[in-house]
Design a protein around this ligand. Structure first.
Ligand code: ADP
Length: 525
């Protein structure tokens, strides 16, 4: 039991089997449940589908008193509670869909010990009279679901989460507090601990690896052709295709349905009725493929989604992994494919720039965007890149992502790397990718001439390359950590310490290229 000798953990295992029918906990669940059972505040960081609910539900069954679950998913509360009741677990919920007498009745029953779990919406906690009622309940655990909602850095900030800590402070004695989220950035983690008032807590990051998912990044594909071919080869499978704008979703859904595929669109521009209808059809397999904006998916628990294709790069790794993670919830092999084009970067930068966020927030979003861009360019194992991003220790190969399976040839690009790094340095580390590429290519554009860059020793030293090839190399070197792209709307390239051994000729750099290209490069003088 991985260091948890608490005798209650064995009882927990028995309850897991009795109520849920599962034979064992997932490895990440054990330490979290162990901590909660020992009365220790807990912050569990797990991906969507990782099995957070059981981490507070099983302790709830063992505790003498009641577990108060704070959940922002009001529309799902009834389903969640119905699900627990079907398993034979005494649970109820309180939210704005109920009348005042109904709320009162449920709380009275809770005070009499009828329930093990009671789900409440965070907005309820803002009402002083409701908080007074809570003080009469034997609350043993407060479980905060989607805990990142307390943080302004999180993607779904909910001001009413600010009422959780005062509510806990007003209780006659302090229960154990467990918090759960799928967001692992440092800023959000610190906020959760501080704003929920968690005591002596070590964030526990776990379970981000989804063995049954395979990851691919495809660059330079004709996206429509690819999707057409993929759907043709997977006609019986259920899948989601994410597009970045409503227009794109509509056009793609239209194109695919004209080609005879079973698809439906989903985005915020459709009427509620249409959205619900499309969602239902997808859930019940009457439609195979949902072409959707990022508005689709929150709380969707369709188990047999066999593929998630991103038509565009999303804004950050959190968004990507949450959306891609909707594939394969049943544990069966499923594909997560990202179709990347450099245009996607411009779109995401534009979205950050024109949003009303503070400058500090924008720079934070740019930082997260850069990690997403690096994912699209890295030649390393994609699965391990994801795991490292979410704070897990990972190195090596998964042997099933598109990079690990990439059998293209590795070409030595050390000379190119040295030329590019020197050029970035000679230009004073004050310019972005396209300007550096123009100088290396020997462009006679006004911008280059006005700066006098045609006098640099690195001017025109990659004239045999297309500018796009130089840009691709620069992006590769960024993803590999040799170059750094600063944050902001006009990012500039800088040379990272990692590039020094390459510049000194002590280390080599490689790029994967198609065989044909490799032969061409090798035969170049
Ligand atoms: P999350 O809240 O983290 O998104 P859930 O709690 O909904 O995830 O769990 C995802 C799925 O995994 C559910 O169907 C759940 O029943 C299942 N699950 C959780 N723990 C286990 C386990 N120990 N063994 C088998 N299945 C599990």
């Amino acid at each position: 039991m991985q260091g948890f000798s608490h005798p209650l953990i064995e009882q927990a295992q028995a309850l897991l089997h009795k109520y849920y029918g599962y034979s064992s906990f997932r490895s990440g669940q054990v330490p979290l449940i162990g901590q909660i059972l020992q009365g220790q505040d807990t912050l569990g960081i797990m991906p969507t589908g990782g099995g957070k609910s059981i981490c507070y539900q099983v302790p709830a069954l063992l505790f003498q008193g009641l577990t108060l679950v704070i959940s922002p998913l009001i529309s799902l509360m009834k389903d969640q509670v119905d699900g627990l009741q079907r398993l034979g677990i005494a649970a109820t919920y309180v939210n704005s869909s109920l009348s005042f007498p109904e709320v009162k009745e449920r709380l009275q029953k809770a005070a009499q010990g009828w329930y093990k779990l009671i789900y409440v919406a965070p907005e309820r906690l803002e009402s002083p009279s409701f908080r007074t009622l809570l003080q009469t309940l034997p609350i043993a655990q407060v479980a905060v679901d989607e805990a990142h909602c307390v943080s302004q850095w999180g993607h779904d900030f909910r001001p009413s989460y600010g009422a959780i800590a005062p509510m806990i402070a007003e209780l006659p004695y302090r229960p154990v507090v467990s918090a759960f989220t799928a967001t692992a950035t440092t800023e959000v983690t610190h906020d959760i601990i501080r704003l929920l008032g968690l005591r002596q807590v070590q964030p526990y990051i776990t379970g981000f690896n989804r063995e049954n998912l395979t990851f691919s990044v495809l660059r330079g594909e004709n996206k429509r052709d690819f999707i057409f071919r993929y759907l043709s080869d997977h006609l019986d499978e259920s899948g989601i295709i994410y597009g970045s704008t409503r227009k794109e979703v509509d056009q793609l859904a239209d194109f695919l349905s004209r080609k005879g595929f079973s698809v439906a669109p989903y985005h915020a521009g459709l009427s509620d009725e249409e959205r619900n209808r499309n969602q239902e059809m997808f859930l019940y397999d009457d439609v195979k493929v949902m072409v959707a904006s990022n508005a689709f998916g929150m709380g969707i628990d369709k188990s047999n989604v066999r593929f998630v294709i991103h038509h565009n790069m999303p804004k950050n790794m959190e968004a990507y992994y949450q959306e891609a993670g909707r594939a394969g919830r049943d544990g069966e092999p499923s594909a997560c494919i990202l179709l990347f084009s450099p245009q996607d970067i411009l779109v995401q930068k534009f979205l950050i720039e024109q949003s009303p966020m503070s400058l500090e927030r924008k720079s934070y979003e740019y930082k997260k965007l850069q990690a997403m861009i690096d994912y699209c360019y890295t030649p390393q194992c994609l699965r391990h890149y994801i795991l490292r991003y979410f704070g897990e220790k990972a190195s090596g190969h998964c042997d099933d992502c598109s990079n690990c399976l990439d059998d293209r040839e590795s070409v030595d690009v050390t000379i190119e790397a040295q030329k590019i790094f020197s050029c970035v340095k000679r230009m004073g580390e004050r310019f972005g990718t396209s300007m550096v590429a123009s100088v290396l290519k020997g462009s006679k554009s006004k911008k280059v001439m006005n700066q006098g860059f045609d006098k640099l020793s690195t001017y025109n030293i990659m004239s045999e390359y297309k500018e796009k090839e130089i840009v691709d190399l620069i992006n590769l070197f960024c993803a590999e950590g040799y170059l750094v792209m600063t944050e902001g709307q006009y990012p500039v390239l800088q040379v990272a310490p990692r590039a020094m051994p390459v510049l000194r000729g002590q280390e080599k750099v490689y790029q994967k290229v198609q065989k044909r290209q490799a032969q061409k490069k090798e035969s170049d003088p």
